[in-house]
Design a protein around this ligand. Structure first.
Ligand code: F6R
Length: 606
């Protein structure tokens, strides 16, 4: 899981190249490097461990001269974080240089063979075999293109590769299989990159490369061919709807906060998605047996959808974590698998979809990134339109997914006849209140939530509890707390607590309880009994609830009271409060908020 970039122009490209990998740092940031051809017999490579800013200064990336370059920011999968393992990797003669994202599963076999044939390996990476293979075939064919294709044909696994060589200094060779790679067409330069964020400052015109296709990119042209047949492939140029300003922080200290603040807009975009698209997908969920899948946050969002389908849609679908999907999925032609993914590139979810397709199931996806692998492989697609999400943690994209899935569940309920159109419309009306209520939470409650976060920042263990639809919100909120603050947090159903975990409750373990509104009386009462159980054991309890008549119950240690809103809107609003709690805890603990340790935005490996 790494970021790849390449720039080719008639002018110097080093500075642009550095900016490109800077923009891709959320994909990985343990080491980075740049390779450039500049007329000599060898490709020049500079690389080291550390983040782009630091390494680029130390290795003086911007002083590398050349019109054709590739660069890489790494998130280690094979081999430790060392200078040798950083990309780009070079051939023995230093005439070829390669960057790679993915995993070459037959690398050990290839490495043994190439070593026997005299190739000298200097890293522990799977990537290095690719460049030696190309070098080997080049000696036999004296054609870079033939050598590149022959080498790629030998690879097993997943890859996006960009290559430059001193033998053909005016082009970048690239290929992809199950790892993202796109071409950007600029006014004075062309680009290749793992995603558009790399070059969004320069162009919005993109061309997607599909699996098992390779491309050659020059400063003013590009061509795509099939790896298996060698035939040219025609592909449309697309115009991306996002601009670089949208992808920048816009005055916020962190992308996470900016993206939390963008949620009112994102909810409106999700509510504005064409009704016919929602109806079409809802119809499919009714006609087939539905499984919803995602991983991490998107699994919890899938679980939220499971409750919404059960409560309003007239049937309970399976919600499977995509990393476990293939161990559980029993399906065939009668099934529909609905994947949920911000990036559309998550390996586990892509693998689940492929598995489902193999079993004959129909597939659908709710995805934020247009043109992503998932967006292109499914039978039915809903694009979220949430705009770029740059912080490694998913906030606004998850909110949008909750809204879209709720709309589908309500529509499924209408189709099945378990709720009337009038009821569905009334619930949609409730959702329409969410944007302005989020605004109020952000304006009126952030200060109080920050105070709580500061006061409780010495606590190392948190429980997040909820029942019914509030349960997945609790799990998602615990995940947010863990990943951004590095504080241990567990999300579970409130009713589950007394079956073991309650033994942990003491003054060192805090609990957050997502309280249903009082009009859900039975649920409210039963949630309160969990609060009593915690209180009896001396634990701190933070309640998150909507403002209702009367004072909040005194049993809570602290209460985040959210502005009055329809009961149906409660879980979405509570999630915003919990996002802020995690954010301010991480700020207090001085964490690396947009790029927490060990995490990457787009998890494209198994
Ligand atoms: C958590 C988070 C991850 C992702 C997961 C799936 O904040 O961002 O848990 O939700 O890696 O990613 P996508 O949605 O891109 O498929």
């Amino acid at each position: 899981m790494c970021g790849i970039a390449g720039v080719i122009s008639l002018g110097e490209v080093a500075e642009r190249l550095v900016k490109c990998i800077h923009n891709l740092e959320y994909r990985g940031y343990d080491s980075c490097g740049v390779a450039m051809v500049n007329g000599g017999p060898q490709v020049h490579v500079r690389k080291n461990i550390g983040a782009v800013g630091e390494v680029s200064e130390k290795e003086r990336f911007s002083t590398l001269s050349g019109h054709t370059g590739i660069a890489h920011t790494r998130w280690a999968t094979h081999g430790a974080v060392t200078k040798e393992n950083a990309h780009p990797h070079s051939s023995c003669g230093a005439d070829f240089s390669i960057t790679h994202n993915g995993i070459i599963s037959n690398h050990e076999r290839l490495r043994s063979r190439l070593s026997r044939d005299g190739h000298n390996f200097v890293s522990d990476t799977d990537t290095e075999v690719i460049v030696h293979l190309v070098e080997d075939y080049f000696k036999k064919t004296n054609s870079v293109e033939k050598a590149f294709v022959a080498a790629i044909r030998e690879l097993e696994g997943t890859y996006a590769v960009a290559m430059i060589t001193s033998h053909e200094p005016d082009r970048i060779f690239c290929v992809r299989k199950e790892s993202p790679l796109i071409i950007g067409l600029g006014a004075d330069a062309n680009y290749v990159a793992s995603d558009f964020n790399a070059f969004i400052d320069h162009t919005k015109r993109v061309v997607f490369i599909e699996d098992d296709e390779y491309a050659q990119v020059t400063h003013d042209s590009h061509s795509i061919k099939s790896i298996s047949t060698g035939e040219p492939v025609a592909r449309d140029v697309l115009e991306l709807p996002w601009d670089s300003e949208m992808a920048q922080k816009g005055g916020f200290p962190h992308y996470m906060l900016k993206e939390i603040y963008e949620q009112p807009i994102v909810v409106n975009s999700a509510l504005d998605i064409d009704e016919e698209r929602i109806r079409d997908l809802a119809r499919q969920t009714v006609e087939k047996t539905l499984t919803i899948t995602g991983v991490g946050t998107t699994f919890y969002i899938s679980q939220f959808a499971q409750y919404m389908f059960s409560l309003y849609g007239g049937a309970t679908p399976l919600a499977l974590s995509s990393d476990e999907f293939r161990h559980l999925a029993q399906m065939g032609k009668e099934s529909l698998v609905l994947a949920v993914s911000q990036s559309g590139e998550t390996y586990d979810t892509l693998t689940a979809l492929r598995h489902a397709q193999k079993l004959g199931a129909s597939t659908a996806a709710i995805v934020n990134v247009m043109g992503s692998s998932m967006a292109r492989m499914v039978d039915s697609l809903i694009l979220q339109g949430s705009g770029p999400e740059i912080c490694v943690l998913s906030t606004k994209a998850a909110m949008s997914q909750m809204i879209i899935l709720t709309r589908i569940a309500l529509e499924a309920g209408v189709i099945r006849g378990v709720i009337s159109r009038k009821v569905a419309n009334a619930r949609i009306k409730d959702l329409r209140v969410i944007p302005e209520t989020i605004e109020r939470i952000l304006n009126e409650k952030s200060g109080f939530i920050h105070t709580i976060a500061k006061a409780q920042s010495h606590i190392n263990h948190w429980l997040f509890l909820g029942r019914e639809r509030y349960y997945p919100v609790a799990r998602e909120s615990a995940l947010k707390m863990k990943e951004v603050s590095y504080v241990h947090a567990e999300g579970m159903p409130s009713g589950f607590l007394k079956h073991g975990t309650i033994a942990l409750i003491d003054e060192k373990m805090n609990s957050v309880v997502f309280m249903p509104p009082k009009e859900q009386k039975e649920l409210y009462d039963i949630s309160m009994s969990s609060v009593e159980e915690i209180r009896a054991r001396g634990g701190y309890i933070l309640g998150i609830m909507l403002e209702e008549k009367g004072k909040p119950p005194a049993i809570f240690s602290d209460v985040i009271t959210l502005p009055k809103a329809p009961a149906f809107a409660a879980p979405y609003l509570q999630m915003v409060a919990a996002q802020l709690l995690s954010y301010f805890t991480a700020v207090t603990l001085k964490r690396n908020i947009d790029r927490p340790r060990s995490l990457a935005k787009s998890v494209t490996v198994a």
